[in-house]
Design a protein around this ligand. Sequence first.
Ligand code: DHB
Length: 402
Amino acid sequence: EHTRVAIVGAGPAGLVLSHLLAQAGIESIVLDQRSREQIEGTIRAGIVEHGAAELLASIGDTSRVHTVGHRHDGIELHFSSGDGASPAGEPEAHRIDFAALTGRSVWLYPQHEVLIDLIAARLAAGQDLRFGCTVTAVAGVESDRPRIAGTTAEGEAFEIEAEFVVGADGSRSVVRPAVTGPSREGGYFREYPFAWFGILCEAPPSAPELIYSNSDHGFALISQRSETVQRMYFQCSPDADPNSLSDAQIWETLQARTPGTELKEGPIFQRDVLRFRSFVSHELRHGRAALVGDAAHTVPPTGAKGMNLAIGDVILLDQALQELLLRGSERGLDAYAAAAAKRIWKSQHFSWWMTSMLHLAPEASEFDRLRQLGELRTVVESEAGQRFLAEAYTGWPYQTAL
Ligand code: DHB
């Protein structure tokens, strides 16, 4: 079997790439190990950057990002002043007005809804999309006919020959070793001494916009899903067990970390613990294989860059593949890794910065805590500081590789 581009992974990266390639007349096969139901049902982050939302809205008439999604023109940064600037424990609330600072916004639209839209659009366009397919081997990436092999949902062996192989298959990518060499550790790593305890609950929104709160008790994020469902997180230990806390304990923790805001409580119907890691693969492309999205990098969730960064990668790779497959030039491909790395490291920095500014590290000294409050004050009391955050959060304009 032959295709022009074999795309491993039907997440946001793989599906958007297959769309962009199809628009240029380049045929691809997209394979994913998971079932369609699993992909469409897994709860992930909820914030889509300005430019990513525009791109998603342009993909088929199934996109609901601008209709079901909600535009957010800002966020709230809260912190309690342990720095003596105001009475102890007195909360401060500062709004970062994205629209006024940058003319851009973000869209609150959950990633699994993005995937439901994209899968519908790709299937309607006749895309060859295969669920339940496990890829076990990637070979020949140094030739111009790389191959992937594996097993279908029905347990049958398959082999696909392509002109290019894309690893869009997440943090445990099976394509990555073909790009980085056999050492799976071929990357830059950072771990964090905390995680997020996340819940979904049935309740009205507690505030009009998202609240990122750095309290004396640790971090909390009050996010949303709809008028009737809310998403909230609080900093916890990386080995926390999601079932170890009662609903009452969860609400107590969240309320304690959002002083000055009365959270609207309701039945909790989902809970999970998200680990924090930063990772960038040493290599993003080798021969006729390249990595995009979580296969290439992982960011901690603060700042919601994961899906948005994946879309940034595929915009660059699409251009490179068009040059290769329509014009026979490797120039774009040779520029891909360096061009992608620029946005990747900016996003890595932003995710690390939001994380380090908002969380209480277990080993933090009093100096560390007061410095952190000084950092938050530096941001919220300066228009330049606010704009720095707003530009990154709403997403830097997409660049072209050349
Ligand atoms: C959500 C997740 C994030 O990581 C974030 O920064 C904002 C919102 C969310 O799931 O709603």
